[in-house]
Design a protein around this ligand. Structure first.
Ligand code: MN
Ligand code: MN
Length: 463
């Protein structure tokens, strides 16, 4: 096998400057986008700045979308599709990049607040695949929305500013962990033990009007004062508990980034950079951000929903002469990259990798022809012909890439959104950034891979 080179040694000063700039931007985006809603808001702001218009407004005016037009569509504040119209008719197909913007985290339950032994807690239900024991004893922030019955939405963001308090899940001291330390990893910390400690001070009250749960009452009083919300408002809330704090440079050489939620915001960011900064092409370009990938791509905002298809139908309809056949052709003739992260080779856990078919941090985006588990099960096994086309495009654009499977056979496995759009008959393949510590509260990526993957996605749009 051809040995892939470490990308750092191939960059001159100009490239290193570009690399630094894009990674500074990436860190700022990670900090501003810690939930799918925040990611959509941020991406829409960036798209608007680049001249993109809400498709709703364009359609209301009865405008026909033509070459050069730039529009975006949002679904439930959690899913986003951006289109840059090309010269060719849509039925010739589009070049689509799709990344997911949901990440593993801990969600607050609908009836969450309780008091126990003078401490107030928020009950939670974790989201996505996590090693639960990794999420305790560290500072956490609460991000999300609370919708009141009058229709107003209260934005919540507690724990990110230096002056903010943080919250967190406690763990038992090692001195009393004799039994816990003997348990299997999956049950060392159980799901119902991931409740969030949020208070310990009772409300000030006169002796004659004693509260049954004074600590809980004080938390509710603060929420009322600061956000105008009542206990019942938790019912119509989406509160996501995520690791507090900003993305940081990682390594003594600052060659890497440690941050929450890089699966898959690293591919969302590099997709968006490739999308906004690629040259206009004959084919229509689409950049798609989806939600719910971590729980099976289900629901109205997951890849299984008809959002992409419906939005493409609206675009075709705006051009007059809508037909279902045109829509089907547009989807079938498209080429897509499922932009999702891969497992970076970790020499400390070499036993779960197979060296020749692993993704290495600092060696570029990794193409996975297939994912899946136990004999490729559940995988979109991309067509060899499509890989041939991509190899040529990346070679022509002088983009470094690698190929990888997700770990050793039968070591585990995982999936992405790739198999879902593949059902339209379009070419789809997985390609994304290798990550260390994937799904841990803080994941690690290489700055060289952020830079190189942006070039890779740009080359895809320009092919
Ligand atoms: Mn992912
Ligand atoms: Mn994931």
């Amino acid at each position: 096998m051809e040995e892939k080179k470490n990308l750092w040694s191939s960059y001159d000063e100009a490239a290193k400057k570009e690399l630094h700039e894009i990674n500074e931007k990436y860190k700022a985006c990670l900090d501003a986008g810690k939930t799918e809603r925040e990611c959509v808001k941020l991406a829409v702001e960036m798209a608007k700045e680049a001249g993109y218009q809400d498709i709703k407004d364009v359609l209301k005016e009865g405008k026909s979308l033509k070459a050069g037009d730039k529009v975006y569509a949002v679904c439930m504040e959690k899913m986003l599709a951006m289109f840059r119209m090309g010269e060719e008719p849509l039925s010739n197909g589009m070049n689509i990049l799709g990344a997911h913007i949901d990440s593993p985290r801990i969600d607050v339950k609908q009836n969450p607040l309780y008091e126990s032994e003078g401490m107030a807690y928020l009950d939670t239900h974790y989201y996505g695949g996590i090693k639960k024991y990794q999420w305790v004893a560290s500072p956490m922030a609460i991000h999300g929305v609370i919708v009141k019955t009058d229709g107003t939405t209260v934005q919540i963001n507690i724990g990110e500013k230096p002056e903010d308090p943080v919250v967190g899940v406690t763990d038992i001291l090692v001195h009393l962990s004799a039994k816990q330390m003997e348990k299997k990893g999956s049950v060392v910390v159980e799901g119902e033990a991931l409740d969030l400690l949020v208070g310990s001070q009772p409300m000030d009250k006169k002796e004659d009007e004693k509260e049954e749960n004074p600590v809980k009452a004080y938390v509710l009083q603060l929420l009322k004062e600061q956000y105008g919300i009542e206990e019942k408002d938790f019912v119509s809330a989406e509160l996501e508990v995520v690791p507090a704090g900003a993305a940081r440079d990682f390594g003594l050489d600052s060659s890497m980034i440690m941050a929450y939620g890089q699966d898959d915001r690293i591919c969302a960011f590099t997709s968006l950079m490739g999308f906004l900064h690629s040259k206009p092409s004959a084919k229509t370009k689409v950049c798609l951000f989806v939600d719910k990938e971590e729980i099976g791509s289900v629901g109205a905002t997951g890849m299984h929903a008809h959002f992409l298809e419906n939005t493409v139908a609206e675009v075709i309809n705006s051009q007059g002469e809508y037909s279902e056949l045109k829509l089907r052709r547009a989807l079938k003739n498209s080429k897509m990259l499922s932009a999702d992260v891969n497992a970076g080779y970790d020499p400390l856990y070499a036993e779960v990798f197979e060296k020749n078919n692993s993704a290495y941090v600092g060696k570029g985006a990794a193409i996975s022809k297939y994912t899946g588990a136990r004999g490729k099960s559940g995988s979109n096994d991309a067509n060899a012909e499509y890989l041939g086309i991509l190899r040529k495009a990346f070679d022509d654009a002088k983009v470094e890439y690698q190929t990888a499977e997700l770990g050793r056979i039968d070591a585990g496995g995982g999936g992405t959104i790739a198999y879902i759009p593949a059902a339209y008959g379009m070419d789809v393949i997985d390609i994304g950034v290798p990550i260390l510590n994937m799904h841990a509260p803080y994941e690690v990526s290489s700055k060289a891979d952020v830079y190189e993957t942006t070039k890779c996605y740009k080359a895809f749009y320009e092919m």
